[in-house]
Design a binder for this molecule. Structure first.
Ligand code: GCO
Ligand code: MN
Length: 387
C-alpha cells in the first residue's frame, strides 16, 4: 500500500543497523528472532526508501578482524550501498560489548584500555571516511560508575576530553570530513553515566580544543529516562547550533531503556519534537534508534511505522501551523505591547535610562487573558483527528 505517508528518499530517514539486527535478547531472556545479515537488513531498508543507515564498527567488521578481513567487509559494504542506493551517514564504535570495556573505555582507570579504545575509534574513523559518513557518534555506554569511590568524575571527564581532543586532531590531520557527536544518556548499562543530558554535553563541548567539530545527537528515550522535557532538550541542542543527528524512539518515563517505536507512547511529545525540527528547518538525517517489540517476528512493520508516524505528525504540524484559530490565539498571546519589542535587546546608556524610567501598569499586565486551555484543546483535536 502506498499513500501520502509512504516515505521518500528526500525525507532523509535513517535507522541504526543494530535496530534491524536486534534479536530481542534482554537481561532475562534469550533471542526471539533469527539472525539477519547486513545484506538482508540493507535490502529491507532500501526497499522502503530509507535514505541512510548508521552502524557500529562491529556491526560490519567482527571484533579483532585482520586487516584483510576488514578490507573485505568494507568492500562488500560499499558495493551493497552502491547497488541499493543507500548511504551510511553516521558511524560509531562499539566501546561497550567486549568485556575489556567493563569499567569504561575512555574513562577506564587503565591507561592501556583508554589507549585501546582510542585506537579502535581511529580505525573506525578510517572506515567512516571510506563509506562517506559525515558524523561520528560517541555513545558512552560504559562511561560511568556504580562505585563512586572508584573514580573522581573530574579526572574521568579529563580522560574523555583528552581522547576527544586527540581524535579531533586525527580527523584534521587526515583531512576527513567528519564531525563528532556525543549522545547523552543518564544511566544504563552503568548505574550512572557521565554526560547524562544535553546540557552537560553542551557544557563539556565548550571545554574541548575544537568545539566547532563536536555536537550532539539526543535520544528521546534517554531524555525520558531522566524525566526531562524532550522538546526542550532537543531545542537546547538546536539553539546551540549543535544538533548533528537525532535518535528518535519512545519510552515510558523514568524506567529502563525501552527503545520503543517513535510516537508509540506519547503522541503529544512526539508532535512537538517533529514541530521543532520542521519549524527550525532541521535538514540532517532523521535517525531512528529503537527496537521492534521482543514479541515481533521480523523488523519490517516496526521500520514502516516509525517513518509513518513521523510523516503523519509532520502533516499535523503543518495543520497546526496553518490553523486559523490557533494562529489567531498565538497572535493574541505574542502580539501585545509592540512598543517594547527590541527595546532592551541592545545595551546603551540611553536604553538603560529609558528602561529605568519606564512606568508599567502592573495590574493590567498581571490580569491579561492567556487562552491556553483553548489553545491546547485545539492541538488535542488536531492530534485526535477531529479538527
Ligand atoms: C542505547 C543507545 C545506543 C547508541 C548506539 C550508538 O542503547 O542506549 O541509544 O543505541 O545510540 O549504540 O552507539
Ligand atoms: Mn541512540
Amino acid at each position: 500500500m502506498s499513500d501520502k505517508y509512504t516515505p521518500k528518499k528526500t525525507d532523509k530517514f535513517a535507522f541504526g543497523i543494530w535496530c534491524i539486527q536486534n534479536r530481542g535478547r534482554d537481561p532475562f531472556g534469550d533471542v526471539t528472532r533469527p539472525e539477519r545479515s547486513v545484506r538482508e537488513c540493507l535490502e529491507g531498508l532500501a526497499k522502503r526508501n530509507v535514505y541512510a543507515f548508521e552502524f557500529h564498527d562491529n556491526d560490519i567488521i567482527p571484533f579483532g578482524a585482520s586487516a584483510a578481513e576488514r578490507d573485505r567487509c568494507i568492500r562488500e559494504l560499499r558495493k551493497l550501498m552502491d547497488d541499493l542506493g543507500i548511504k551510511a551517514t553516521v558511524i560509531t564504535t562499539n566501546l561497550f560489548y567486549h568485556p575489556i570495556f567493563k569499567d569504561g573505555a575512555f574513562t577506564s582507570t587503565d591507561p592501556a584500555i583508554r589507549a585501546f579504545a582510542t585506537q579502535k575509534v581511529m580505525q573506525c574513523l578510517d572506515v567512516g571516511h571510506e563509506v562517506g559518513a559525515e558524523v561520528y557518534v560517541f555513545w558512552g555506554g560504559r562511561e560511568g560508575t556504580e562505585v563512586d569511590a572508584s573514580k573522581d568524575p573530574i579526572t574521568a571527564n579529563g580522560y574523555f576530553r583528552d581522547a576527544v581532543n586527540f581524535l579531533c586532531e586525527y580527523v584534521l590531520d587526515n583531512g576527513y570530513n567528519i564531525k563528532f557527536s556525543i549522545e547523552p544518556k543518564p544511566n544504563e548499562p552503568r548505574g550512572d553515566l557521565y554526560l547524562p543530558t544535553v546540557g552537560s554535553v553542551l557544557a563539556f563541548i565548550q571545554t574541548l580544543d575544537h568545539p566547532e567539530m563536536v555536537g550532539t545527537n539526543p535520544e528521546v528515550a534517554h531524555i525520558k529516562m531522566a524525566g526531562l522535557n524532550v522538546y526542550h532538550e532537543f531545542a537546547q541542542a538546536l539553539d546551540a547550533g549543535k544538533l548533528l543527528d537525532v535518535h528518535l524512539n519512545d519510552q515510558k518515563p523514568l524506567r529502563y531503556d525501552q527503545d520503543l517505536t517513535f510516537a508509540s507512547e506519547n503522541l503529544k511529545e512526539a508532535f512537538f519534537l517533529v514541530k521543532l525540527l520542521v519549524d527550525h528547518n532541521y535538514d540532517r538525517t532523521i535517525g531512528f534508534d529503537a527496537h521492534p517489540y521482543r514479541t515481533e517476528a521480523d523488523p519490517w512493520d516496526f521500520v514502516e511505522r516509525n517513518m509513518r508516524n513521523y510523516l503523519i505528525l509532520k502533516e499535523k504540524v503543518q495543520r497546526f501551523n496553518e490553523d486559523r484559530e490557533v494562529q489567531d490565539l498565538l497572535r493574541e498571546i505574542h502580539g501585545v505591547h509592540p512598543e517594547w519589542v527590541g527595546a532592551f535587546t541592545k545595551y546603551s546608556k540611553d536604553a538603560a535610562q529609558r528602561l529605568k524610567q519606564a512606568q508599567f501598569d502592573v495590574e493590567a499586565l498581571t490580569n491579561r487573558r492567556l487562552p491556553y486551555e483553548r489553545l491546547d484543546q485545539l492541538l488535542t483535536e488536531i492530534l485526535l483527528g477531529v479538527r
